[in-house]
Design a protein around this ligand. Structure first.
Ligand SMILES: [Zn+2]
Length: 352
């Protein structure tokens, strides 16, 4: 699968380092980047033409339903988007935020640990390693891949560089960050031991909240999110890889209620960004004064009951803000005789 790289030829009058007008919403700010539109779907490789939908900062593929960020960001743009403020050492969120994050990762590890076959777990896009550590605490070997972090169980590598056999490969809100997500998913499926499980959680770009908040929807998150998933496209790809989808949830992927609260607060005059307001001061994109912060947080309290009701409706109608999938590799009749090529990351001896 080729990269969805847009051509590097600059059209007349465009500037490679254009400064967009000041806009607190990163998606809208990015969409004003002067560069040619993305030419290929990053999910199915379809070449875009007049049949596709050209939206703000993204193109929705008529062939597969997945949208690709457009213009396609350069490495420099992505580095800037992942600069230190995104994930500071001290944690991303103030107060309870980081604790809640740790608690939910721990619950996920606990459940998966009980249902997975023996063997190590690979967490692709491991962030600060919270999920990996939760597995390790339960006595299971786990490795996290993350270019923007370090730690005893974290490696700076792409999933395609990994070999060996794994009881689970997890993409927890990371698949949408990859330049070649379909290739990554195919490779991940091939790494699974018989009975091993692929776990994917991504934002649902066709959710009710995505439609309600449009270009200001929290989970568009341009340019960090490169693909914007449509659940049928994700599920059909997973099935095409020979895996059996065993669990689909429109709630378990998290961020559903927060997506609504964030969107409702963002509808207010001045479009306050709640996500920025709850981050620690060193992890904020914009500079938030105490008054603006109080405005956003008070609005969030008022919006919460409405957000809970809206979340219940969208989850019940299977159009929740995130989609979570667990899919298992059937124990094959011919056994597992895959050749293991030399790579940079391998599980330990207890694999399989
Ligand atoms: Zn496509």
């Amino acid at each position: 699968m080729s990269n969805a790289q847009s051509p590097t030829i600059r059209s007349e009058g465009s500037r490679s380092k254009s400064v967009p007008p000041r806009e607190s919403n990163n998606t809208l700010a990015y969409s004003r980047t002067q560069a040619p539109p993305t030419v290929r779907c990053a999910w199915c490789d379809h070449q875009f033409d007049r049949t596709d939908s050209y939206l703000t900062g993204r193109v929705r593929c008529a062939h597969c339903g997945v949208a690709t960020t457009s213009p396609w960001p350069s490495d420099e743009q992505l580095s800037a988007a992942y600069a230190d403020w995104y994930r500071p050492q001290s944690g991303r969120f103030s107060g309870l935020g980081d604790k809640v994050l740790r608690r939910t990762r721990s619950a996920l590890a606990h459940r998966l640990h009980r249902v997975l076959p023996p063997g190590p777990v690979l967490d692709v896009g491991a962030g600060d390693g919270t999920l990996v550590e939760a597995f390790v605490r339960r006595g299971r070997e786990a490795v996290g891949l993350e270019p923007y972090a370090s730690g005893p169980h974290i490696r700076n590598a792409e999933v395609e560089e990994v070999d060996g056999t794994w009881s689970a490969v997890i993409f927890w809100h990371s698949l949408e960050h990859l330049r070649q997500p379909a290739r990554a998913l195919s490779h991940a499926a091939a790494l699974l031991s018989p009975g091993g499980t692929l776990v994917v959680a991504v934002p649902n770009a066709t959710s009710l909240q995505a439609r309600a908040f449009g270009d200001r929807w929290l989970a568009l998150d341009l340019p960090r999110h490169l693909v914007h998933f449509d659940p049928p496209a994700l599920l059909s790809k997973i099935e095409a890889l020979g895996l059996r989808v065993e669990r689909v949830s429109y709630l378990r992927g998290g961020q559903v209620v927060f997506g609504w609260v964030h969107g409702l607060v963002g509808k207010l005059p001045g479009h306050p960004d709640l996500y920025d307001a709850i981050r620690r001061s060193e992890a904020r994109q914009a500079t938030y004064g105490p008054v603006l912060r109080l405005y956003a947080l008070s609005a969030a309290v008022v919006a919460l009951p409405f957000a809970l009701a809206a979340s219940a409706v969208e989850v019940a109608s299977r159009a929740g803000g995130t989609i979570y999938v667990e899919a298992r590799r059937e124990p094959g009749p011919a056994g597992d005789s895959r050749e293991v090529a030399g790579g940079q990351v391998s599980p330990g001896n207890d694999a399989g």
